[in-house]
Ligand binder design. Structure first.
Ligand SMILES: Cc1cc2nc3c(=O)[nH]c(=O)nc-3n(C[C@H](O)[C@H](O)[C@H](O)COP(=O)(O)OP(=O)(O)OC[C@H]3O[C@@H](n4cnc5c(N)ncnc54)[C@H](O)[C@@H]3O)c2cc1C
Length: 391
């Protein structure tokens, strides 16, 4: 098995995590990324204790310790007057219960650390300008065809090419994600512009009817990252990086507390983007023959529990463990799917429920509705460990 040629389409957080996990179990995978340079969008990302277990296992403990923000107490506040509705602990109490805490990190910092680790293990492990346009397979292998007309054969293929996955399209046909009725803005504000009194505590969410704002420091406290959600009946623009304006954002949050509007006013226009949110019903299977899916390609998800990258990183560790425990590619994929499909489907469905809970019209009753529990921990999401999950 260790001699297998394994291809990974997509060099996002999922694909690079899979490459690193496979390398650490003795395989030599190749990541085939469409972009001419490896890069991530400028935005923050939350990492639960389960992702932390996975990243520690992949040798990235130092990245979490030195590059991530470590929130302790987070507050859920009311949109009108900013009064606290609920407090949750993301540090000590999680370490006691789950052996790890919650982290907040700039996506590019995590992506860079993953890419450096993968290339350090194998300088040729990442190939750029490799856009997959077609896949064919038979009983002995998979041939991937690229946009430049070239092709290459592998023993096994992992589609980690995001929510609009070409690999998924090739093996399961047209199963496009659907617009969910939610849109989001993301912004980064240089911290020296942000009045410290509006950051109490530095990480937290503010909720109101049909809206949610999540904000926290990244890059060692140099930047304040925020994501602001709203609802729209229709959405036609494609992509993650559609420009917006501060005026448009402030209009949407016109009756919100200055605790929110003040940092929105300060976002430099070139660091403000908007996009529509998509997900899809969970797939019954992720695998066909020698091709499987991982991360958003397998389970595009709403971001209301901050679990898309978490699931991709968990997938990666479990997939590599499944390869290490198997004698055949088909067996590895079966073990992987069996250990992952139910959890991923649960989180996709729960992320929709979380959207409704945060956006509910009766903001005042949030604490009673959630019984004071965190949206993710309260439904048991942290009681999973990809490093020890039976495969
Ligand atoms: C607003 C928002 C906030 C979020 N916050 C969080 C959070 O706090 N915590 C969290 O865990 N998750 C969060 N997520 C979700 C998370 O960003 C995604 O789930 C995660 O990035 C998925 O990683 P991936 O590697 O599967 O896919 P992607 O990051 O989409 O990477 C796919 C890669 O494949 C490449 N590719 C695509 N097509 C091809 C092709 N045909 N050939 C070759 N390469 C190709 C792309 O260029 C890209 O590099 C958030 C998402 C959103 C929208």
């Amino acid at each position: 098995m260790k001699e297998l040629d394994i291809g990974i389409i997509g060099g996002g957080i999922g694909g690079l995590s899979a490459a690193l996990a496979l390398q650490r179990t003795g395989f030599r995978p190749v990541v085939l990324e469409q972009a001419p340079v490896l890069a991530e969008v400028g935005a923050g990302i939350s990492l639960s204790p389960t992702a932390a277990h996975a990243l520690n296992h992949l040798g990235l403990a130092e990245t979490l310790q030195t590059q991530a923000y470590h929130p302790e107490d987070q507050c859920v506040r009311h949109y009108r007057d900013g009064r606290p509705l609920s407090w949750i602990n993301r540090g000590r109490s999680l370490v006691e219960k789950y052996g790890e805490r919650y982290y907040l990190i700039h996506r590019a910092d995590l992506h860079d650390a993953l890419a450096a680790a993968v290339r350090n293990n194998d300088a040729k492990a990442v190939e750029l300008d490799r856009r997959c346009v077609d896949l064919t397979q038979d009983s002995t292998g998979v041939t991937v065809h690229f946009a430049d007309g070239s092709s290459r054969r592998f023993d096994a293929m992992i589609g980690a090419d995001g929510s609009r996955s070409a690999v998924r399209h090739q093996i399961f046909g047209a199963l496009e994600p659907q617009y969910t009725g939610y849109i989001a803005w993301r912004g980064l504000v240089p911290m020296e512009r942000v009045p410290p009194e509006i950051l109490d505590p530095p990480s937290g969410v503010i909720i109101g009817p049909g809206h949610l704002v999540n904000r926290y420091p990244v890059r060692g406290g140099e930047l304040l990252n925020f994501v602001a959600f709203a609802e729209r009946k229709a959405w036609v623009e494609e992509g993650w990086s559609i420009r917006s304006t501060v005026e448009e954002l402030l209009d949407e949050f016109s009756d919100w507390t200055p605790l929110v509007r003040r940092f929105m006013e300060l976002v430099p226009p070139h660091l403000l983007f908007k996009w529509g949110l998509f997900d899809r019903e969970p797939l019954a299977t992720w695998t066909r023959g020698r091709v499987t899916l991982l991360g958003d390609a397998a389970h595009p998800i709403l971001p209301f529990l901050g679990h898309g990258a978490v699931l991709a990183i968990e997938d990666a560790v479990v997939l590599a463990r499944a390869f290490a425990a198997s004698d055949r590619v088909e067996e590895a994929f079966e073990r992987y799917e069996n250990a992952r499909r139910e959890r991923a489907a649960f989180v996709v469905i729960q992320s929709r429920n979380a959207a409704r809970m945060f956006h509910a019209p009766d903001t005042e009753t949030y604490h009673e509705r959630t019984q004071g529990k965190a949206a993710d921990e309260g439904i048991g999401l942290f009681s999973y460990n990809p490093v020890t999950q039976p495969i």
